[in-house]
Design a protein around this ligand. Structure first.
Ligand code: PR8
Length: 468
């Protein structure tokens, strides 16, 4: 197990995020702390999606014949589908799939829903669990067989320009979401051999985990008219003709939480952005025999005040050594800790510890500006976590001029390699074969570069990395 892998498993357990002892491989239990982080992250995403999407909820089971209708799609998923074959003791005459994703559940219904051009565009999303019988090594939150928090959006448009615009819009939405969590990313177009089964093309978000491997944390697919033809989703144009719709879909999973934990964490444990921290502020009273009650009363009042202002705050008045409490809250990643003892109250001061820097500081306790001061510090923490993560990400993207150089960088430093590529599939496969890692995708157009492998004029800047 790599050092990061070990850290990751330990922190999931110690911080009570996920219990991995459930007796089915790749299926885990969200514990209360993890559930809260998940809930807050979901809330942020819902707020963004609700602006112009409608939330729906489709059944978990998909009839075999619907799943099988779109040939390319089913081919891509055939080895990953779990099947329900019996109702009690009775064999079902039609097998039912546990959704690996919901295109084939939703699109037969879309065919009934879409009537006229005036209905379009339509934008839906749902948050559900999906099941994939993953054959690669499973890892909690990263590669699971039950994706517990699959956030999938599906949109329907009257023409291809609108669908393309929606792809851009979805990229904006996810960028905005990851920015709020301080997760750095690059967006590339996946090579054709790695696109979503049934898509015209796939845009993907990749981040970098501390072990130097990239993690695909979100994807946006332009489906063109492929599924519309298969499921006969048509609309009547203003001229009274019937045309197939254009579709997009995009999704995120539990990996969002994995990257949040992995990227911001450090040897002391979790370090959570305030936006998703179960507690944003924890107050630890520093008690001595004399005056203990006064300190507790003061802290209780302080807690009420902070809570009233809408922050998630906890007063830790357990009868434990302060050091033990500090250790625990640091491990759990609470962004801001306030320590308050009798002398502080007397001097109108408080000691604060920022989890992102682990710096302790004494600041003035000013009644009138208290909430403002705390909000400012929380904001600084958010920005600092984000900047640190982005700096590290960018420092780990390295250009390579030759395959040999790419191979050496991957061996010594890992991370992401940028290189010039002609875009040809066989050339791409040869590059992957040589460096033994995958082409993540292609980025901006290349103006005057030469392909790292064949020397022909390069079409794009592309990226290589060892991936999860
Ligand atoms: C779609 N249909 O399904 P996608 N464990 C954790 N996360 C995963 C796993 C897994 N086993 N497999 C995929 N992901 C489209 C879009 C509806 C929504 C995550 O797309 O198959 C990856 O981050 O690309 C992936 O980008 C995302 O789910 C969407 O899955």
């Amino acid at each position: 197990m790599s050092e990061f892998s070990e850290w990751f498993h330990n922190i999931l357990e110690e911080a009570e995020i996920i219990d991995t002892r459930y007796p089915i491989k790749g299926m885990h239990v969200w514990q209360p702390q993890g559930f809260k982080i998940r809930k807050h992250a979901l809330q942020l995403l819902r707020e963004i999606l609700d602006e112009d999407h409608e939330e729906v909820l489709f059944p978990l089971l998909i009839p075999e014949d619907e799943l099988a209708k779109e040939a390319i799609h089913v081919k891509g998923f055939e080895e990953e589908v779990y099947w329900v074959t019996h109702g009690g003791l009775t064999p079902l005459n039609k097998k039912l799939a546990l959704r690996p994703t919901s295109e084939t559940a939703m699109y037969p219904m879309f065919a009934l829903w879409v009537r006229s051009h005036s209905d379009l565009p339509m934008r839906f999303y749902q948050v559900v669990n999906t099941f994939r019988y993953e054959t690669k090594h499973t890892r909690p939150l990263i590669r699971v067989r039950e994706i517990t928090t699959f956030k999938e959006a599906h949109t329907i448009h009257a023409n291809s320009e609108e669908a393309e615009k929606q792809v851009e819009r979805a990229i904006e939405i996810y960028s905005n979401f990851f920015d709020q969590l301080g997760i750095p990313y690059m967006v590339t177009r996946r090579p054709d051999w790695d696109k979503f089964p049934g898509a015209d093309y796939t845009m993907a978000f990749d981040t970098l985990m501390p072990d130097g491997k990239t993690l695909q944390i979100g994807t946006v697919h332009n489906l063109g008219q492929t599924f519309a033809r298969t499921f006969d989703i048509t609309f009547e144009t203003s001229e009274g003709e019937h045309e197939y719709v254009y579709q997009t879909c995009y999704g995120l999973s539990d990996r969002v939480i994995a990257s949040l934990i992995g990227i911001h964490g450090d040897p002391s444990g979790l370090s959570l952005p305030p936006s998703v921290a179960p507690y944003q502020v924890v107050i630890v009273p520093v008690l001595f025999k004399k005056g203990a009650q006064d300190v507790l009363d003061f802290c209780q009042e302080l807690k009420d005040k902070i809570q009233k202002a809408g922050l998630r705050v906890h007063l830790d008045d357990r009868d434990l050594r302060a050091g033990k409490k500090y250790y625990e809250w640091e491990m759990r990643g609470v962004p801001l800790r306030l320590e308050i003892g009798p002398r502080d109250i007397e001097n109108e001061k408080m000691v604060i510890l920022r989890r992102d820097t682990l710096n302790k500081e004494t600041i003035d306790y000013q009644e009138e500006t208290l909430i403002n001061d705390l909000n400012n510090i929380l904001n600084e923490i958010k920005e600092n976590l984000k900047n640190k993560a982005w700096n590290k990400f960018q420092d780990n993207i390295r250009p390579a001029e030759s395959l040999e150089e790419a191979g050496n960088i991957l061996k010594d430093k890992k991370g992401i390699i940028s290189f010039q590529w002609c875009g040809d599939e066989s050339c791409g496969k040869a590059i992957e074969e040589y460096v033994k890692v995958d082409i993540l995708g292609v980025g901006e157009e290349s103006l005057d570069g030469k392909c790292i492998n064949c020397g022909a004029p390069a079409k794009n800047l592309a990226f290589l990395a060892k991936t999860y």
